[in-house]
Design a protein around this ligand. Structure first.
Ligand code: COA
Length: 296
């Protein structure tokens, strides 16, 4: 008798096949990290449901190009605001620009993040601090800059986190510590801002194809869904994260706050740490692994 075959999850559907096209009409999203990667895809998806957007990033040229692309793809307004989430003044100026140009802020995506792969023994003090500042302090700064406006609209926050810190993950001490802080901040925002009508939730993506994180692993012999051990059989797609974000910002999630929505095909329950790396060789033979993965 032949063995049963893995049944893969269907590909992520278009959010327009699930949610109303006018879901976010008249609303404004403010997205750090919205100019590239998963953040840009989430913003584009929300714009297809009627939202206007302000995207925040450090590189003006790249951001302006992204804003033009988003407008052309969706017919909605998208304003680029150059700012560094580590600099409270620049993020406050971006929030003011959003309100000056678009009149309101309903939704905030805290998506700016920094990541690279390195064991603790190879992390300088500044390397650790840099990721803590972008992810954790950046989330705090973004919250502080936007909350006066979000209270007015009874809006909502989504923070992009990770599943790395649920257990020890090699090469990810800095990111694990930073994302644990992000999760904790979201919980407190939920309880302190809930009485003002503001919700706060976290999306924790697993491995998502076509992102810098997965690209970095592409030179390993088998960085596949099978090697990472994803029960639903396929790698995550940016659209999986976008669909989760549309749901969490919609009134369908009106009674959902202080939650972490893991979108990883069940992977968090099957792998320990960065499951693609052999253990303990990943620790004992870092220099060898570094040659296999040149961008480490
Ligand atoms: N291994 C070890 N240390 C590293 C590193 C690596 N692969 N990459 C960066 N660092 C260290 C730097 O050496 C520096 O420390 P030092 O001053 O002691 O030398 C510190 O981290 C800050 O790096 P720097 O590049 O100066 O900071 P930055 O603010 O310009 O950028 C990042 C920080 C994290 C955004 C940058 O490293 C980066 O571009 N990473 C890849 C892209 C990315 O993170 N995308 C997000 C995906 S979630």
């Amino acid at each position: 008798m032949s063995s049963p075959k893995q049944v893969n999850a269907p590909n992520a559907p278009s959010s327009l096949d699930i949610f109303s096209p006018n879901l976010f009409k008249g609303k404004v999203v403010f997205a750090t990290g919205g100019g590239s990667g998963i953040g840009k895809h989430v913003v584009e998806t929300m714009m297809r449901h009627g939202v206007d957007a302000v995207i925040i990033g450090r590189k003006t040229d790249r951001l302006t190009q992204a804003a033009n692309e988003l407008e052309a793809a969706t017919g909605r307004k998208c304003i680029p605001a150059t700012a560094d989430v580590r600099d409270p003044k620049s993020i406050q100026a971006a929030a003011k620009l959003a309100v000056d140009k678009l009149g309101r802020i309903d939704f905030v995506i805290c998506g700016a993040a920094g990541n690279f792969l390195a064991p603790l023994s190879h992390l300088s003090e500044n390397a650790f601090k840099t990721v803590m500042e972008i992810d954790t302090l950046g989330t705090f700064n973004t919250f502080k800059a936007t909350i006066p406006y979000v209270r007015q609209t009874h809006g909502a926050y989504i923070h992009f986190s990770a599943t790395l810190h649920y257990q020890g993950s090699v090469y990810q001490a800095h990111v694990s510590a930073a994302k644990a802080g992000v999760d904790a901040l979201s919980n407190v925002i939920a309880i302190e801002e809930g009485p003002y009508g503001v919700r706060s939730n976290v999306i924790a993506p697993g491995p998502i194809g076509g992102t810098p994180g997965m690209d970095r692993l592409s030179s390993l012999d088998d960085p596949s869904a099978r090697k990472i051990r994803i029960p639903l059989g396929r790698m995550g797609e940016k659209a999986d994260i976008a669909n989760a974000a549309v749901f969490l910002f919609s009134n369908g999630a009106a009674h959902v706050t202080g939650q972490i929505l893991v979108v990883d095909g069940g992977a968090q329950h099957t792998y320990s740490g960065m499951g693609v790396f052999p253990y303990p060789e990943s620790v004992l033979e870092f220099e060898k692994i570094k040659k296999l993965v040149p961008r480490l």
